[in-house]
Design a protein around this ligand. Sequence first.
Ligand SMILES: C[S@@+](CC[C@H](N)C(=O)[O-])C[C@H]1O[C@@H](n2cnc3c(N)ncnc32)[C@H](O)[C@@H]1O
Length: 265
Amino acid sequence: MNEMNQKNEVIHQYKDDSKFSKRQGFHDKYSTNKYGFRNWMFDKYEIKENSKILELGCGNGLMWDEKYEELPKDVHLILSDFSSGMCDLVREKQKNHQNVEVKQIDIQNIPYEDNSFDIVIANHMLYHVEDVEKAIEEVYRILKPRGIFYASTLGVNGFQKYLNQKFREFNKEMDFFNIENWSFTLKNGKDVLKKKFNKIDMYEYEDSIEINDENILVEWVLTSTVLQGIKKEKLEGLSTCFAKDKDKNGMIHIPKQIGCFIAVK
Ligand SMILES: C[S@@+](CC[C@H](N)C(=O)[O-])C[C@H]1O[C@@H](n2cnc3c(N)ncnc32)[C@H](O)[C@@H]1O
């Protein structure tokens, strides 16, 4: 167990998208690469006519909101999440799209037969799963032979590393965002996937954050899974640590490391 995969914390964090959508909004606004990670990720998908696709941990399904029209003919897309709140949100948004189904599913116990999907997607969610090896076994089992698994995640040299350094500077007891301990990152993800998959490629998306308001960074950390129990008053002074990094134009520049694995069965 680590700060990211404690079941009760994960359930609480994603009972709806109130916190998650704030973090998405932050990245959309302050990321320097305006192409957008969701577009970059969608470009990677090799979706053919009649493909059967399952997304696990789809969250609020934001990526699909602008992509349904781009899907080839007769694709059957199942969007799923273990949070009933997220499923309700997505169900409401996609109700006019035929061929799209929403289901509540835990990736560690997928209720489908062996060899049933052409594509399985698990974006930014494997580091939240208690038993990531079981999750990968399940994904592998339900993929058809030559089926493709797409899994996006974070790298250890990006925003989380920066936040960890800032927290340690603020209070050395606060080892938050210690991404080196997370169970599925761009650094250790291949070792996890290798237990089932032979062909695995990794891709990185170039990006960074530029922001001039240190208080918005404090608001961001307060929406995260790892700080759910922490009161804002406990973080008084953290904004000063962020403000120290401002350049002469008042901007804070923060690296991001984000990308995906593509694994073929
Ligand atoms: C960071 S969000 C990512 C959402 C979406 N994939 C995206 O990239 O925008 C993580 C999602 O994974 C879901 N999740 C966490 N553990 C899960 C599990 N064991 N099975 C299925 N979904 C899970 C959460 O409910 C949450 O919606």
